[in-house]
Write a protein that binds this ligand. Structure first.
Ligand code: DAH
Length: 340
C-alpha cells in the first residue's frame, strides 16, 4: 500500500464513523457500531496490528495518527452513550410524569343522609341550650305508646294514628301488646321513669303509621320529641325554645304560627305551622304536659310544669332543603341522595 492509500484508509474510517455515530438511535445500535469500528476485527484495529510491518518512516507517521483516531472514536462513542442514556431517562420521566395541573379524578365517597344532617344540626342546637339527647325503642308496648300518654284503649285519639300491631304469642303469660311506635312521645314516659325534674330532653327517632302513602305521607318517618319540666314553665317557654331552634335552623326571616289543637297528653295543645313556598305547613304538635301524664310520671303537678313537642323531621328537612316528596327520603334513590 502506498502512503496515500494508508492515509486514505484512515480518512475513510473516520468519515464513515462520523457519519454513522450521528445517526445512532439507541444503545444497541451504538454497541454494533463499537464492534464494527473498534472491535477486534475492525478495520482500524487491523490497521494498528499491521503497523509493525510498515517502514520506520511510515510507522512514525501513521502510528500516532491511527492511535489518535482510535482515541477520538472512543471519546465520541462515550459521549454518544451518555447522551443516549440521558435521553432514555428523559423518556421514562416523560412517561411517568405527573401533571399536577390536570383536573383531579373525582373520588366518590359516601356521605350523610339529609335526615341525618338535619337531625345532627337540631341536636347541636338543643344541646347548646342544655337539652340531653335520649333514645327509645322502635318496637313499643301499648302502654308507653298510648295508655301512659292518656290514650286508653277506647280513646278516639287512637283513630288518629293507624298502627302496625305486632303478633305476640297467644300464651297465658300476659305478654303486653306490641306495636311499631306511632310517636316518639313514648320516650317521655320511659325517661321519666328514672329521672326527676328538672328535665330537658329531646328524642329523635323513627315512627310508623299504617296509612296510604302520598307526597306528604309515608308509612315510616322521623320525629324529634322534646320535653322540658321545671318550675314556672308556661307556653311562653315553649315558644321561646322553638323560636331559638327555628331561627338557628332557617335564619331570622322564618315565619311560624301556633294554632290551638288537641292531643290527649297535653293541655292546652297547639299545632305549629311554618311558611313554605307561600303556604302554611304543619311541622309539630306541642303543648303543656297534661297533669294526668305528670301523675303517671310520678311528678307533682302542683310544683312542676312542663311543655312537650313532637316535630316531623322530614318536614323540617323539606323546608330546609326544598324537597317535593317525603317518599324520596327512604327511596334510596342516589340521584336524590347525591345532592346533599
Ligand atoms: N305525638 C304527636 C304526634 O305524633 C305529636 C305531639 C304533639 C308530640 C303534642 C308532643 C306533643 O310531645 O306535646 O302526632
Amino acid at each position: 500500500m502506498t502512503v496515500m492509500d494508508l492515509q486514505q484508509k484512515l480518512e475513510n474510517i473516520k468519515k464513515l464513523f462520523n457519519q454513522k455515530i450521528r445517526d445512532v438511535k439507541n444503545l444497541e445500535v451504538l454497541e454494533n457500531l463499537r464492534v464494527q469500528f473498534l472491535g477486534r476485527k475492525s478495520e482500524l484495529v487491523e490497521f494498528l496490528k499491521g503497523i509493525k510491518n510498515l517502514t520506520e518512516e511510515e510507522k512514525r507517521k501513521f502510528g500516532p495518527v491511527a492511535n489518535q483516531l482510535r482515541r477520538e472514536m472512543e471519546k465520541l462513542m462515550e459521549d454518544a452513550k451518555k447522551s443516549l442514556k440521558m435521553r432514555e431517562v428523559g423518556k421514562l420521566m416523560e412517561k411517568d410524569r405527573i401533571d399536577i395541573s390536570a383536573p383531579a379524578k373525582k373520588i366518590s365517597q359516601g356521605h350523610l343522609h339529609p335526615l341525618t344532617l338535619i337531625q345532627r344540626k337540631i341536636e347541636d342546637i338543643f344541646q347548646s341550650i342544655g337539652f340531653e339527647v335520649v333514645e327509645g325503642p322502635e318496637i313499643e308496648t301499648e302502654y308507653y305508646n298510648f295508655n301512659a300518654l292518656n290514650i286508653p284503649a277506647d280513646h278516639p285519639a287512637r283513630e288518629m294514628q293507624d298502627t302496625f300491631w305486632l303478633q305476640t304469642p297467644n300464651s297465658k303469660l300476659q305478654t303486653p301488646k306490641l306495636l311499631m311506635r306511632t310517636q316518639t312521645s313514648s320516650v317521655q314516659i320511659r325517661y321519666a321513669e328514672n329521672h326527676q325534674p328538672p328535665i330537658r330532653i329531646i328524642s329523635p327517632g323513627r315512627v310508623f303509621r299504617f296509612e296510604a302513602t302520598d307526597q306528604t305521607h309515608d308509612i315510616q318517618f322521623h320525629q324529634i320529641e322534646g320535653l322540658m319540666i321545671d318550675k314556672n314553665i308556661s307556653l311562653a317557654n315553649l315558644k321561646g325554645v322553638l323560636e331559638i331552634l327555628f331561627k338557628k335552623l332557617y335564619g331570622k326571616g322564618v315565619e311560624v304560627r301556633f294554632r290551638p289543637s288537641y292531643f290527649p297528653f297535653v293541655e292546652p295543645g297547639v299545632e305549629v305551622d311554618m311558611k313554605f313556598r307561600g303556604k302554611w305547613m304543619e311541622i309539630a304538635g306541642a303543648g303543656m304536659v297534661h297533669p294526668k301524664v305528670l301523675n303517671t310520671m310520678k311528678i307533682d303537678s302542683r310544683i312542676w310544669q312542663g311543655f312537650a313537642f313532637g316535630m316531623g323531621l322530614e318536614r323540617l328537612a323539606i323546608i330546609k332543603y326544598g324537597i317535593d316528596d317525603v317518599r324520596l327520603f327512604s327511596s334510596g334513590d342516589l340521584r336524590f341522595l347525591k345532592q346533599f
